[in-house]
Design a protein around this ligand. Structure first.
Ligand SMILES: [Ca+2]
Ligand SMILES: [Ca+2]
Ligand SMILES: [Ca+2]
Ligand SMILES: [Ca+2]
Length: 405
């Protein structure tokens, strides 16, 4: 008995200490927690990514540390281990007939998240696509590049009926960039879209409206050009309600970081800021809470400087704004989620809530979060989200009107 008390006391101490250290915890009891590391000799070009088929080694994950021990490599997937400029977390280099980001696609188009995308209105979303091959650029310049867009609302992801064929809203002078605009959308809602490019053949489409449901056209979309990038583009509509607009600004800010992470500018081996240092986290420390705060701080009063989930929970509960699972279905984009992501009984993770998706057989929660494998990522987690018995869900912090700056 005494031993058990002593153990739980030390466990409490350790938890308190780690929380004080400002980290995004994994379990204190980490025996079952492992991470895959790659053999140092299997990163020949030294870009931080081991070659395909590299030797791996599973190590116990440390409570606070982010990376593999010693000289072990954190990531694999390097499709050219003799060229340090080629690896999975970078943008595609245009017109070099090479797969630079190891996604098996050569000179594929890429989405661009940028501050000008704050031009989204309450019912339109702009999608910027950067073209990386000559053919699509030439077609864009001559007005013959059209797009097929499929999109859905995150809160209703099983509704896949929205497929539209349309010409770009605008094309840059050199043909390298196109902007696609989706209209008729719901305000303050997060959307996911996929854009496929095709060669427009005059005569096959009657353009009366810029958005034409696919069933009304013949064959035009069957002439795809450019390698198809199956990555989704995420965006959010704005709102005339000032508080909903603040949520829009928070989500759009975090989406810029999502892009910076995919390009390898932040997070692991970040070319601009390594790990979570851009978000004021220490090098080699878990940084999920810092990421949430960094995106919230210009909108939410008094949240700046918080760097761990315990203080985040305290911040929300101090405003009587921390709820249990029953609060999930009515949470709004930008709200805070406190999670036990490995379901071991201890809270270990912070995330930005994007949507509660009750449309499928199993409810899903969509999040935008920092430090998912030392990257910014968008996640879905299935489960009984409205229930207090959900082992993952440990609290939702809802930003109340009085909390905005
Ligand atoms: Ca390598
Ligand atoms: Ca490489
Ligand atoms: Ca590629
Ligand atoms: Ca390329």
């Amino acid at each position: 008995m005494r031993e058990r008390i002593a153990r739980s006391f030390f466990r409490l101490l350790a938890t308190a200490f780690l929380a004080l250290a400002g980290v995004c915890l994994t379990a204190v009891d980490s025996q079952a927690k492992t991470m895959v590391c790659y053999h140092p000799e299997d990163d020949h070009d030294g870009d931080g990514y081991a070659r395909l088929g590299a030797r791996t080694h599973e190590v116990g994950a440390k409570e606070t540390r982010l990376r593999c021990p010693g000289t072990w490599i954190d990531f694999g997937g390097d499709c050219d281990d003799y060229n340090a400029a080629v690896h999975p977390r970078r943008s595609e280099v245009p017109v070099n007939n090479q797969d630079d980001n190891c996604n098996v696609l050569i000179d594929e188009p890429e989405y661009v998240y940028e501050t000008s995308l704050l031009q989204n209105s309450a019912n339109t979303i702009r999608i910027h696509v950067h073209l990386n091959d000559r053919l699509t650029r030439d077609l864009a310049k001559t007005g013959l590049l059209w797009v097929n867009v499929k999109y859905f609302r995150l809160y209703k992801s099983d509704v896949t009926g929205a497929t539209y064929i349309l010409p770009p809203k605008s094309v840059s002078e050199n043909g390298n960039d196109i902007i696609v605009e989706l209209g008729g959308l719901e305000p303050a809602t997060v959307y996911a879209a996929r854009v496929h490019l095709f060669r427009f053949r005059p005569g096959t489409v009657t353009v009366e409206d810029i958005q034409i449901p696919k069933r009304n056209i013949n064959y035009a979309w069957e002439d795809p050009v450019g390698d198809v990038d199956m990555v989704r583009f995420y965006s959010m509509t704005s709102s005339s309600d000032p508080n909903l607009r603040r949520r829009y600004l928070m989500v759009m800010k975090a989406l810029l970081e999502y892009q910076a992470s995919a390009r390898g500018e932040v997070g692991y081996a970040g070319s601009i800021a390594r790990d979570g240092t851009r978000y004021q986290a220490e090098l080699d420390r878990k940084w999920c809470s810092e990421f949430y705060v960094w995106n919230a701080r210009s909108q939410v009063e008094g949240i700046a400087g918080i760097d761990n989930w315990e203080d985040l929970r305290e911040f929300f509960s101090g405003h009587h704004a921390l709820y249990g699972a029953s609060g999930i279905p009515t949470a709004l984009p930008g709200d805070y989620l406190s999670l036990d992501s490995d379901n071991d009984g201890d809270i270990n993770h912070s995330a930005m809530f994007l949507a509660y998706d009750g449309s499928g057989a199993s409810a899903k929660v969509w999040t935008l979060e920092g430090n998912r494998r030392n990257a910014v990522d968008i996640q879905t987690r299935s489960g009984n989200w409205g229930s207090e018995a959900n082992p993952t869900m440990r609290g939702v912090g809802k930003i109340k009107s009085a909390m905005w700056r």
